[in-house]
Design a protein around this ligand. Sequence first.
Ligand code: S3P
Length: 415
Amino acid sequence: MRSFDLPGDKSISHRALILAAVSAGRARIRGVLPSADVASTAGVLTALGVAVPPLDPTEMVISGVGLRGLSAPQIDLDCGNSGTTARLLAGLLAGAGLPARLIGDTSLSARPMRRVAEPLRAMGADVTTSASGGLPMTLGSRALHALTWRSEVPSAQVKSALLLAGLMAGVHVAVDEPVPTRDHTERMLRAAGVDVHLEGTEVVLEPKDRIALDTIEIPGDCSSAAFLLGLALLGGSPALALRGVGVNPGRTGAIEALRRMGASIRCEAERVFGEEPVATLIAEPSVLRGITIGGAEIPALIDELPLLACVAARAEGETRVSGAGELRVKESDRIRAVVENLRAIGAEAEECSDGFVVRGSDRPLHGTVRTHGDHRIAMAFGILGALPGNAITIDDPSCVRVSWPTFWDVLRDAT
Ligand code: S3P
């Protein structure tokens, strides 16, 4: 059996840099993901006066400037392609009362920012988005007050932005989530000494004057692991063991869905790594059948739906996904991109307003995939392309730099 270590978790890497930047004293970060998205967060923090060393997965040390120590930026803050950077830092900046302007690439500029601007305004912040509700987003300097907010869309980015705003402004925040989302921010805040707890469906943060972090251990990225699981399940490689993968329940929906499809995925060596549960995931070639995916399970597998669609193209029968309208406002319109590309390579798929239907087959798949610059589209179809008998060209393979710069090398090693 072949074993692989996964790159550091992207969501947790952003949070580690942000919280280390505003903590008191030095924080050690181990396992950071050296990717373009995380570099965007590092770049913005640098523009706020934090000395951020180069992204080094072995270890990087950040000397935090404290909750009141950030400086007003002299330049536009470039979030690149990263929604997590734009939304989390909007909350941080609003809470710090620092005037700033957040910008991004074409894809990010078109993504919805009102979902974060509106609750920040409800806290008293002076925030404007572009006319279409995207970037550029400008933040003025105003003191914030306490907030109780019910999110319309389940979004860990919005929840995290509001918790960071409350932390920086020193005010009480309660976020009521329609469906629970990944809780990495809450776990890391607790490790930093903040009282963040659940009251029913509300995530509540109590104000605090200072935070301190010692060592942050970042597990392997569960969303990246999903691509290699797909490869092994579809027989593109022998059985694979993926070590040190984060298995936070807010992230493991795809593993549950794959198991429902008949996948053999074992979880071994489970332990707690820093604040997060990790495990070795072992996947073996499996006979898969179509399933229905929807409702409350969507947030825990939202980023894995392109991969699940590609796996479904090789399963017996039909896979139906609904309740996933959020896919239309990710790095690309992932519902359209998945369906158009599956059809372009000879698979059967249909678009729905909030999901898609894929009918599996074992016929050879060939053609060119248009990624629309979306890393997860490139990697999901890269897995299908690595299966014997398929011949698939990806139009922009380099877009994987956003979350997994060495993906194509690892894929070659794994097959
Ligand atoms: C993320 C939350 C999710 C996810 C994204 C990363 C995060 O987005 O899709 O890739 O790090 O908080 P939403 O908050 O928009 O659901």
